[in-house]
Design a protein around this ligand. Sequence first.
Ligand code: HEC
Length: 300
Amino acid sequence: MWLQRLKLGPRFNVLLALVFVGGFALSGLALSNVLESRAKNEVTSKALVLIQTMNSVRDYTTTNIQPLLNPRLDTDSTFIAETVPAFAATEVFQRVRKIDDYKDFFYKEATLNPTNLRDKADSFEANLVQRFREESNTKEISGFRDLPGGQVFYIARPLAVGKESCLRCHSTVDKAPKSQIATYGDQNGFGWKLNDIIAAQIVSVPAEEVLDNARRSLTLIMSILLGVFLAIVFVINYLLKRSVIRPIRQMARTAEAVSMGEMATEFEQNSRDEIGTLAAAFNRMKSSLEISMNLLNKKQ
Ligand code: HEC
């Protein structure tokens, strides 16, 4: 094999390089998978906390604010949006986004038949709502999707008409407060039924945000790995040269000289390791050789 034709140093280095390139590629691949899924989990758990918070805000609005404002909805000419759970959630989320950690997060209650057309589910989001409707066990869907503004990572949860009170504004036009009809019209956001899944609560983050994080960690770890490998190669080469290659070369030169009859040269025994033992054995062999040669010479 061609490797066997190489000298010790290059052979070691070729083998080390092969092992390293393989190991580097494999660990890079495994690591990038692990880091990416960790980054996704991190964003997902943040997003889930946000969705739960938004649901608490919705609940608070329904139980604490609505009873106070309900009487005014029919009499006031302008609609009091503060009584709407969805409005409260959207407003609170705008404030959450002012916190640095959450400035890249987006929130949407993507709805099939929304009161405010801004909340209309696009075809991708409509599919998510549809899936939540069909698969009652699916409580969360996450993944990447391409948008005109770039790729995003999204986390979606189903949103159902959970309370009787929702139906006042979302069932039929005649039940709805007049001020609501005046503001939002009588076309949208009606016909919902109790416990129907009508929307998906979606939190999304630019994919860059998620992947950059993973990539930064990957680059750091791979650079450390590269550094460690270079150090290993350096140390192995140094040790190989110092304790194997150089003494063997010297021994070869000495053996060459002894074979030419220069009996005064000694095999240098500089260490107590295998090479040192070999040098000692060669010296003993050289002495035996000398004795035999002397005997032979005397006989002649
Ligand atoms: C007082 C009337 C009222 C009540 C009660 C009410 N909503 Fe709404 N809802 C609205 C209005 C008005 C909007 C549009 C708000 C906006 O402009 O963002 C809306 C928005 C929404 C949205 C966002 C999509 C859309 O239609 O624009 C969802 C989802 C929603 N409501 C669900 C519910 C649920 C679930 C309940 C019961 C817990 C509920 N609503 C109770 C009036 C109401």
